[in-house]
Design a protein around this ligand. Sequence first.
Ligand SMILES: *Cc1c(COP(=O)(O)O)cnc(C)c1O
Length: 375
Amino acid sequence: MIKPRFFIPGPTSVPEAVAFAAARQPLHHRGEEFAAMFLRVQSMLRDVFCTRQPVVTLASSGTGAAEAVMTNLFSPGDRGIYINNGRFAARWGDMMRSFGMNAIEIPVEWGSAVDPARVEEALIRYPDARCVWAVHSETSTGVRADIQSIAAITQQSQALLCVDAVTSLAAEECRTDDWGLDVVISASQKALMSPPGLSFIAMSERARQAAQQARIPHYYFDLIREQERIEEGTTRWTPPVTLIAALESALQMITEEGLEHTWQRHTRMALALRSGLQALRLMPFGSPPSNAVTVAHLPATGRSFRTLLRKKYRVTVASGQDDLKDKVFRISHMGYCDEGDILALLSAIERALRDTGITVTPGSSLYAAQEQLCT
Ligand SMILES: *Cc1c(COP(=O)(O)O)cnc(C)c1O
């Protein structure tokens, strides 16, 4: 028997308690029991987002939350800036265009993070820009953006900073209120270690104001009306009650660990994994590296290496995307992942490399990872 282990960037593995919570009988979404649960979830969500504002919960994946933000806060013809350093970043530019917005790209080479000075330059050149879209942890390249510095710049302008924190929330330090982030979106199936199907949006007062003038049509996703229902302990439409029950269980685990410890665990796993991969000469791609997803160059055997890992060692990692398809592989270590999982992963990688004829000293990556973990 070999235990299957998943290191793909969503849906991530869920703890057993989370899976059991989702298996319960669905609660009546206008009943007292659901309302009490929804409010407990709301309070824990605010803590994880580091905000005192309400956190809207939608029945959609992360992309649905981004669409809700576009349609609720902006108008056709509005200028919007997007920092394009990966596949998810590019999606937000496409989305702006599809709603008739005037999307301005800040192109950034895949594997790099934007220099915040370029955001400042773009805002000087386009002072009428209404938003800046940034991805905190870019899942296609494994690169983390300096959101705090970008926010210090957007705060001086009229542009709202919209942050895709889908893979960073609960994996990386992300402080919505203290850093002055106007919009933060996330989803259930990444570091929140819950099944897919829920997305979340936190908004600043500036963002709420912008909603008053927005003219892109929308109906199902109405952020202000959703915010109004939160106090009553419910959502406007029938929510996926079983997913909210699962999320409650996951958020309780994060609360028990303590959010800062959760961030630290992700940092430690990322450091240990990178040390281990470097010992195997599988060099990390991109910098500064995300603590949620590690992207590394594939060995010479290329794509078949991933297949071997999956078939023989039952370890599933993700492929590269677009131009990186045959160059890198991607390892998610967000959510329900611990130091022991990283060691099991490195052990499988070492053995798969040896299977393909690459000379590896057994235990070399484990030694390097342990050295990190022992500090
Ligand atoms: C997974 C992910 C998303 C959202 O994708 P969905 O499939 O719509 O949930 C958005 N941004 C990043 C960076 C992601 O990794």
